[in-house]
Design a binder for this molecule. Structure first.
Ligand code: GRF
Length: 202
């Protein structure tokens, strides 16, 4: 039986596309992206999913209380029997209700080496801080912002001539690579979580 992935996004959708490419190419074996949900109307990621023939749903979050909104999303994910949820540029914190509905089955990609630079504009934060290395993190999701046990990270150098755009592009390339790898590890089930540590098992 194929494992079903649900992707949640709010915008561009390049990480979603990287996952979809990896599924199509067999880099994430025995899996299917069952659906893409956006909390924002007009998210480019939704058009990208539609053009690949992947089921989409826009569930507008504006004006809704966090848990009331999450109950709608969780109901749709259950309805489609989703095994793993991938947040891919999803600009919302999840409620404890959502997290409890999918224990250790929600991943997020963040464009920094967590726990440095959580939140918005991480690449700009990294440049302004003056770090010499930046990167990205795939982690399990809990109800806190950009927290939860880390599955994979990748490091990129920060160059003197970097702008927010050039650094973001270098990081994004690594995001696309490690998100697929992390999804494969988690769907394989070849890991255990000890405290904050995600350890590989074989
Ligand atoms: C990525 O940088 C991701 O790490 C962050 O939001 C951005 C989403 O980009 N959480 P995209 O929509 O996947 O292109």
């Amino acid at each position: 039986m194929k494992k079903l992935i649900g992707v949640l996004l709010s915008g561009r959708g390049s990480n979603f596309e990287a996952l979809a490419d990896s599924v199509a190419a067999g880099r994430i074996p025995n899996a299917e992206i069952a659906m893409v949900i956006s909390n924002r109307e007009g998210a480019p990621g939704i058009q990208r999913a539609e053009s690949r023939g992947i089921r989409t749903r826009v569930i507008p979050s504006k004006g809704l209380e966090r848990e009331a909104y999450d109950r709608q999303v969780v109901a749709v994910l259950h309805e489609h029997k989703v095994d793993l949820i991938c947040l891919a540029g999803y600009m919302r914190l999840l409620s404890p209700y959502f997290v409890a509905a999918f224990p250790d089955r929600i991943l997020n990609i963040h464009p920094s080496l967590l726990p440095s630079f959580p939140g918005l504009e991480s690449q700009r934060q990294a440049l302004e801080y003056g770090v010499k290395f930046a990167g990205c993190t795939v982690h399990f999701v809990d109800e806190n912002l950009d927290a939860g046990p880390i599955v994979l990270q990748a490091v990129v150098p920060v160059e003197d001539k970097d702008t927010e755009e050039s650094l973001s592009a270098r990081i994004l390339k690594e995001e696309h690579r490690i998100y697929s790898e992390a999804v494969r590890i988690v769907l394989d089930g070849k890991f255990k979580i000890e405290g904050r540590r995600v350890l590989r098992t074989n």
